[in-house]
Design a protein around this ligand. Structure first.
Ligand code: FAD
Length: 281
C-alpha cells in the first residue's frame, strides 16, 4: 500500500460545484496548493478520502481593494502576496511572513487559506492576521458567514469550520499610522519552522501608546494575541517600567512547550526579548 492509495481527487471548475461535492461527502476535504496535504499523505498521517481541488476556482483568487478593507481570495499564494504593492505598503507583516515561508516552490503553491486551515501554531501568516484584526469568510452549500480571525482557532488544530465549509476570503481592515514589527526565530535563516514568531504593531498618541497589538506563534496550542502585555502598554510611555510590565504580563499568557525544535524556557525568554525589541523600535 502506498501513501497515495485511497487518494481520490476531484477537480470542480466552479465554486458551487466544489461546495456540492463537499456537501455530498462529509469525509471529503478541500485541497488547495497541497503543500501541507501532500507532506502529510506521504507521512501516512491522513486517512484515505476524497479531496476536492480548489486550485482551478477563479472565484477564490485575487487581492481586491475597497475603501474599508483589502480582501484576499483563499487561493492567494505567498508569491501573490510578495508581488502585491498594496500588501507591501499597508500590511508589511503579511509580506514578511510570505517571504519567510518555505522556498520559491512552496511560495508558488502554498495559499493563505491552506495556511489558516492547516491550523499549525507555528504557521507564519497567522500572527500577522491577528495583528491586522483579519476576518475570515466561510462558505458552504448552506450559505456564507464571516468570523473574526481572533478566536477562529480554539485549540490545537481546532477551528470554527464545519465539514462542507471552505474559507473563501480573508478580509483585512484598512490601516495607517502604525509601526509594524515581525520576527521569525528559527533554527536557520531560511526554510525553517519557527521556534518563536512575533508580530507587533503600535500606534502612538504623542509620547503615549494609543494602541498596540502583539501576536505570537509557536508559544501555545494556537497562535495567540498577548492581550495582557498589550494592556500593560496602552496609554503609557514606552520606557523601562512599561516594558518590564509588558514582559511580566507576557510570560503569564503564553504557554510554550519543549519539543523537537526548542525548549519552553528558550521560547519564553526569546518571546519576551523580541517583544522588547519591538517596543524599543
Ligand atoms: C517545504 C515546505 C516548507 C514550508 N514552510 C512553511 C513555512 O515556513 N511557514 C509556514 O507557515 N508554512 C510552511 N509550510 C506549510 C505550507 O506550505 C503552508 O501551510 C501553506 O500555506 C498551505 O497551503 P496549501 O494551499 O498548500 O494547503 P493544502 O496543503 O492544500 O491544505 C492544507 C489544509 O488546509 C485545508 N484547506 C486548504 N484550503 C482550504 C480552504 N480554502 N478552505 C478550507 N480548508 C482548506 C486542506 O483541507 C488541508 O487540511 C511549508 C510546506 C513545505 C512543503
Amino acid at each position: 500500500m502506498t501513501p497515495l492509495d485511497g487518494f481520490d481527487l476531484v477537480t470542480p471548475t466552479t465554486l458551487d460545484e466544489a461546495l456540492a461535492l463537499l456537501a455530498s461527502d462529509p469525509a471529503a476535504r478541500p485541497l488547495a496548493g497541497g503543500t501541507d496535504v501532500m507532506v502529510q499523505l506521504e507521512a501516512g498521517q491522513l486517512p484515505p478520502r476524497r479531496y476536492v481541488s480548489l486550485w482551478g476556482l477563479r472565484e477564490l483568487r485575487g487581492i481586491v481593494e475597497a475603501p474599508d478593507a483589502v480582501t484576499l481570495g483563499a487561493l492567494t499564494t505567498y508569491t501573490d502576496i510578495r508581488r502585491s504593492d498594496t500588501i507591501a505598503r499597508e500590511y508589511p507583516l503579511l509580506a514578511r511572513a510570505a517571504e519567510e515561508t518555505g522556498g520559491v516552490a512552496t511560495q508558488n503553491r502554498g495559499t493563505i487559506g491552506g495556511n489558516i486551515a492547516n491550523a499549525s501554531p507555528a504557521a507564519d501568516t497567522p500572527p500577522a492576521l491577528l495583528v491586522y484584526d483579519a476576518a475570515v469568510e466561510l462558505r458552504s452549500s448552506a450559505g456564507t458567514r464571516r468570523v473574526a480571525y481572533a478566536g477562529f482557532h480554539s485549540g490545537y488544530k481546532q477551528m470554527d469550520m464545519q465539514p462542507g465549509e471552505i474559507i473563501t476570503r480573508v478580509h483585512l481592515p484598512r490601516r495607517s499610522g502604525w509601526r509594524d514589527y515581525y520576527r521569525k526565530v528559527g533554527p536557520r535563516r531560511a526554510q525553517a519552522i519557527s521556534k518563536v514568531c512575533v508580530a507587533g504593531s503600535i500606534a502612538m498618541d504623542g509620547p503615549a501608546v494609543r494602541d498596540v497589538r502583539i501576536a505570537l506563534g509557536s508559544v501555545a496550542p494556537t497562535v495567540v494575541r498577548a492581550a495582557a502585555a498589550e494592556g500593560a502598554l496602552r496609554g503609557k510611555r514606552i520606557d523601562g517600567e512599561s516594558i518590564a510590565a509588558a514582559r511580566r504580563a507576557l510570560v503569564h499568557e503564553i504557554a510554550p512547550i519543549d519539543d523537537l525544535r526548542s525548549t519552553a524556557e528558550y521560547r519564553l525568554r526569546v518571546a519576551a526579548n523580541r517583544v522588547e525589541e519591538f517596543l524599543r523600535g
